[in-house]
Design a protein around this ligand. Structure first.
Ligand SMILES: *[C@@H]1O[C@H](CO)[C@@H](O)[C@H](O)[C@H]1NC(C)=O
Ligand SMILES: *[C@@H]1O[C@H](CO)[C@@H](O)[C@H](O)[C@H]1NC(C)=O
Ligand SMILES: *[C@@H]1O[C@H](CO)[C@@H](O)[C@H](O)[C@H]1NC(C)=O
Ligand SMILES: *[C@@H]1O[C@H](CO)[C@@H](O)[C@H](O)[C@H]1NC(C)=O
Length: 282
């Protein structure tokens, strides 16, 4: 449940579009990252990984202390970097998911947070861990860690913090980011959703989508097996699938998905099309 209006991926699109287009001096690498970020927002929505809620971010390629459009140190907006005139809202209430993952993992350049329904049974039911089951989902790993908001210590969840499962501050974000230690690129969030990290925004979209697909397949396999959980890919399979996914599958999927969102009038990437930014059409 995200109550702030800026939690919508579409509003994020408008914001990035406005910020980047008003100033011609934006470095090419930043513009390219913003274009990918808008596409990523649209693709995650079109693939049902996110609905009206959820968000994706990318580390600033020319300043590793920022992700578009926040300072990693304290998750405050740094829109002035892009435009002295744009009004920059505080942003997603859960931007601390992003800031704390970037802070802890220098190699991570993109983060997705989503409430994808298919993964929630595995987030809530600790007895059955989500494990990599399909060749396109090696990012799921041998067992996805679960971040359990309901079981946080008082030093992390102080008495006056809302218990609405939202990651509203850096302490909560840090506790979530700590769950990534152990190699998984996905952390399930009980009663809430998931966080996905990757070295690029395109890979983050691929990982988030196939984590959803993996959860659907695993759920059905368990039913088919009369409750018996199927085995995960073995370590060699997982390693080889990572290579195949990152070198071949993810780029091919990205090409298809950008074409799909281009054909849908709901999604407009003004940055990629080189048109002037506009708040209409989102
Ligand atoms: C990089 O980002 C940090 C955090 O926003 C900021 O303090 C610093 O000035 C930026 N560096 C450059 C070279 O813009
Ligand atoms: C947030 O951190 C940046 C440096 O990363 C700093 O320049 C800025 O003043 C800080 N903002 C607040 C509100 O603390
Ligand atoms: C709750 O957290 C404590 C440590 O803080 C841990 O020992 C316990 O296993 C956790 N319980 C569940 C159900 O996750
Ligand atoms: C989360 O913690 C609560 C309280 O300890 C516990 O009842 C629940 O089973 C835990 N959920 C998971 C998924 O571990």
């Amino acid at each position: 449940m995200h109550l702030t209006p800026t939690s919508s991926c579409f509003l994020a699109g408008v914001l990035f579009s406005a910020l980047v287009s008003v100033q011609a001096a934006v470095p090419d690498a930043v513009r390219a990252a913003a274009i990918d970020l808008l596409d990523a927002s649209h693709i995650l929505h079109s693939l049902d990984v996110v609905d009206a809620l959820g968000h994706v971010s990318v580390r600033n390629p020319v300043n590793s202390s920022q992700f578009l459009i926040y300072a990693i140190q304290n998750a405050t907006a740094v829109g002035l970097t892009f435009s002295p005139t744009a009004t920059v809202p505080a942003g997603f209430s859960e931007r601390f998911i992003h800031s704390e993952i970037y802070k802890k993992f220098p190699e991570v350049n993109a983060v997705v947070h989503a409430h994808t329904e298919a993964i929630l049974p595995f987030a809530n039911q600790a007895k059955v861990p989500l494990v990599a089951q399909i060749s396109t989902a090696p990012a799921v790993g041998v067992q996805v860690p679960v971040f359990n908001f309901s079981n946080l210590s008082a030093s992390v969840l102080s008495g006056d913090t809302l218990s609405d499962f939202l990651i509203r501050n850096a302490l909560l974000g840090d506790a979530l980011a700590n769950k990534f230690i152990g190699g998984s690129d996905v952390v399930l969030m009980a009663n809430h959703g998931m966080a996905v990290r990757a070295t690029s925004v395109r890979q983050a979209v691929f990982n988030a989508y196939y984590t959803m697909q993996n959860a659907k397949v695993q759920f059905q396999s368990i039913l088919l097996g009369g409750g018996q959980a199927p085995a995960a890919l073995n370590v060699k399979e997982m390693t080889d699938c990572v290579t195949t996914a990152t070198t071949g599958l993810a780029p091919r999927a990205w090409n298809l998905w950008t074409k799909q969102v281009d054909l849908n009038p709901l999604y407009v990437n003004n940055l990629r099309n080189g048109a002037a930014a506009s708040a209409t059409g989102y």
